[in-house]
Design a protein around this ligand. Structure first.
Ligand code: FCB
Length: 477
């Protein structure tokens, strides 16, 4: 049955030298509330875990915070005009929970909701499809104080919040994703502590991961009931995990990391179960006693689409001989139970994040989700790169970033040709922004931000992307 919200992706590719994408392919760019909005204390907004974290000494490079960020809260109409100039078909943004429901429970804050109503109206006026993410990491601090994601109640609070946003914006937003990258929220937030709230306990990280997914399932049920025509999904960050050699011990290390990074989320969300080998790997960390009857069915509530964020690949090796594994409670790690696996670099070109550039990994990732997990429409909800940029004569010629996008869009096209129902692509990011624990030191934007003056300068990659959108594809090589 054809679904008008998802244009056909397969079998309609141009066979000529250019790489033309399927008609209606959704070309977009993405941002997240805390990374761009600023106005941290305005309009009734209360602190999120990222406000607390960034204001804690030593947590974020240079003590940077999202207090002002790109000042998007005040410059939103100009920013939407910029998106329209680039010809974006869609804009993926997130709603700040503490802006629309201060404290994380109770009634809506009308002033906060108004900001997103105006944003959505502005987008629609310019013919840009709003793509709304409910949770891009800014948990209200009050909910963290009550236990955060390791506490089961947070899942119910999330569903209530989802309902409140649906009541306000459901009449004009078609595309909804619940969580952005639950792996980061759980394992960086509660495992390694590199992200807010900065806690380090493997069992808490696993519990957080479960409750994030439970909150997702409950939210999908609430949204489905009140907005039957909405297109609902979730965004996961996935990595191909490759063993460093053909030694079986390296293969086992890859299996373990793949379990924690990818299958921990894909299996419950799309199959309704945790992988048995992952549960076994985590024996020392948790007995999964936090999982209650019915949870997995809730988590696997049917979706309309899956969002994939792709940046790089993990290449891993077995623990070095003779090195005793640190028990998880002594070793803050985002890989509980597998802290001793070694992450290997291959000497291939890297971005300013030191992430290896690996476009074929995007093909592998998309094919895997489609071939092993689901026939649902897929969207790349984030893909992009940080590089050191320079303004010369008022211009930013970010040739490395442009090449990264080009290579990954060719990979996306290859995945479509291989039968993956890929319906859209969102560049990360529309503009330079607060890159979490790296503050403003890493630039991912297609638009340069001068943080002193808030001047915006579209970089070469933005101009190039506008041309890709205009021709619905890439020029031949
Ligand atoms: C992803 C996040 C996004 C941004 C990029 C670089 O993990 O979803 O907010 O930080 O990485």
């Amino acid at each position: 049955m054809s679904n008008p919200s998802h244009p056909p992706a397969v079998g309609v590719l141009d066979q000529g030298p250019e790489l033309i994408f399927p008609p209606g392919f959704l070309w977009g760019a993405a941002t997240a509330a805390y990374q761009i909005e600023g106005a941290a204390t305005e309009g009734g907004r209360t602190p999120s875990i990222w406000d607390t974290f960034s204001h804690t000494e030593g947590r974020v490079v240079n003590g940077h915070t999202g207090d002002v960020a790109c000042d998007h809260y005040h410059r939103m109409p100009d920013d939407v005009r910029l998106m329209a100039d680039l010809g974006l078909k869609s804009y993926r943004f997130s709603v700040a929970w503490p802006r629309v429901q201060p404290g994380g429970s109770g009634p809506a804050n009308a002033e906060g909701l108004d900001f997103y109503r105006r944003l959505v109206d502005e987008l629609l006026t310019h013919g840009i499809e709003p793509w709304l993410t409910l949770y891009h990491w800014d948990l209200p601090q009050q909910l963290e104080d009550a236990g955060g994601w390791p506490a089961r109640d947070t899942a119910s609070r999330f569903a209530d919040y989802a309902q409140l946003v649906a009541d306000a914006l459901g009449d004009r937003v078609t595309y909804w994703t619940t969580l952005n990258e639950p792996w980061c929220s759980a394992f960086l937030g509660y495992g390694s502590g590199a992200h807010a709230p900065g806690r380090s306990d493997g069992a808490d990280a696993v519990r957080a991961g479960h409750h994030l997914m439970l909150g997702h399932g409950l939210a999908v049920q609430a949204l489905r009931a009140s907005r039957p025509r909405a297109q609902l999904g979730v965004t996961v960050n996935l990595y191909p995990v490759t063993p460093a050699s053909d030694d079986p011990a390296d293969a086992d290390a890859a299996r373990r990391i793949d379990g924690l990074a990818n299958r921990f989320f894909l299996d419950p969300l799309l199959r309704g179960s945790y992988p048995a080998d992952l549960v076994a790997d985590l024996t020392e960390v948790t007995d999964f006693g936090h999982v209650r009857d019915g949870d997995l069915a809730t988590i696997a509530t049917p979706l309309d689409l899956v969002g994939v964020n792709y940046y790089s690949r993990h290449v891993v090796a077995a623990p070095a001989e003779g090195v005793e594994r640190e028990p998880y409670w002594r070793a803050p790690s985002c890989w509980p139970g597998s802290e001793d696996v070694r992450f290997v670099t291959r000497g291939v070109p890297v971005t300013d994040m030191d992430w290896e550039i690996d476009a074929p990994g995007l093909v592998e990732t998309l094919r895997r989700v489609h071939e092993e997990y689901t026939n649902l429409p897929l969207y790349v909800t984030e893909n992009g790169s940080a590089f050191v940029d320079e303004v010369v004569d008022g211009k930013v010629d970010d040739i490395d970033r442009l090449a990264y996008f080009d290579a990954h869009l060719r990979a996306a096209h290859e995945a479509i040709a291989a039968g993956v129902p890929l319906h859209g692509y969102f560049a990360w990011s529309l503009m330079d922004n607060f890159e979490w624990a790296w503050g403003y030191t890493k630039r991912f934007g297609m638009v340069w931000i001068d943080y002193d003056t808030q001047l915006r300068i579209p970089k070469s990659s933005a101009r190039w992307y506008a041309e890709v959108i205009r021709r619905n594809g890439l020029a031949g090589q």
